[in-house]
Design a protein around this ligand. Structure first.
Ligand code: ZN
Length: 284
């Protein structure tokens, strides 16, 4: 079916009280892994590409290929630029074919994040592009969570409402104790804060840093208003571990495409599991 818009995918998820899995692709074998898992589980999904991986492909040509594969998939699939950190990256991404983008000004001081997000929002509106923004800072440094760090890093519910009103973004990524990469210790999500943000904001909420969060915490976060969850680290680790284990177990070199096909299977398993936990199974 034709590409499904990010906005439509998240609105359906919000209404249906489930979350759309947003899975990063960058290598050829991740794309079929996600699409196959989506088909087998009749699930809507979002494909994402982070600019840190743009150098791995001829981006406009790769996006055309991705869209062609989406068109051949019978379940709703969206395509999103993940973590565009400045106006130029977003503008180039739109030019190269992304129908939705995430602008990440979360490391900037609040006023700067607000004004840059506003500028990106104007561009997106002109081009008919869905925009996700981020407010608050993910705990990527693995800082100990004290009252001070929570207040400094986590998304404030009132500021979130003000930010959405002032920028007109379509979705908001929140910081509630989530982090990118592998977590140091067990993630401690601030569910009270999430509930307060959801009560004060009119747009779907997004949880980044999904790899490492327990199934029970995902379900609770979805019940409190999360409509999109980003996954990458677990997929990457599954592929890398699969290749490591296989090459360790055999002395003679593997046939490389066979190795990639096995890695693809391990990525598909991760994606299929997340789809089930997110409640998006059968929602296509
Ligand atoms: Zn992220």
């Amino acid at each position: 079916m034709p590409l499904t818009s990010y906005a439509e995918l998240l609105q359906d998820a919000r209404r249906g009280r489930y979350a759309v899995g947003a899975f990063n692709i960058f290598a050829l074998e991740f794309l079929p892994a996600v699409l196959q898992a989506a088909r087998e589980n009749q699930a809507p999904v979002l494909l994402q590409i982070n600019p840190i991986h743009f150098h791995l492909a001829d981006l406009p040509a790769y996006l055309r290929y991705v869209k062609e594969q989406i068109a051949r998939t019978a379940t709703p699939v969206g395509l999103n630029l993940d973590h565009g950190k400045n106006y130029e990256v977003i503008a180039c991404g739109i030019r190269d074919g992304f129908p939705s983008v995430m602008f990440d000004g979360s490391k900037l001081p609040y006023e700067e994040n607000l004004s840059q997000t506003r500028k990106v929002a104007e561009l997106c509106k002109t081009c008919g592009i869905t925009l996700e923004a981020e407010l608050g800072t993910l705990n990527d440094e693995g800082l100990e969570l004290t009252e001070e760090t929570r207040d400094r890093l986590f998304t404030d519910p009132d500021t979130a409402a003000e930010f959405i009103e002032a920028t007109g973004v379509d979705a908001l990524a929140v910081a509630i104790g989530n982090a990118h990469g592998f977590y140091k210790g067990t993630p401690q999500l601030d569910f009270d804060r999430l509930a307060a943000i959801a009560a004060k904001t009119p747009v779907p909420l997004v949880l980044h840093g999904g790899s490492g969060i327990s199934d029970a915490d995902f379900k609770k976060a979805i019940s409190l208003g999360i409509s999109k969850i980003n996954i990458y680290t677990e997929m990457s680790a599954a592929a890398a571990n699969c290749v490591r284990d296989l090459t360790k177990a055999q002395e003679k070199p593997w046939d490389y495409p066979t190795l990639l096909a096995r890695a693809r299977e391990s990525v598909k398993e991760v994606v299929a599991h997340k789809i089930k936990v997110f409640g998006s199974c059968g929602k296509a």
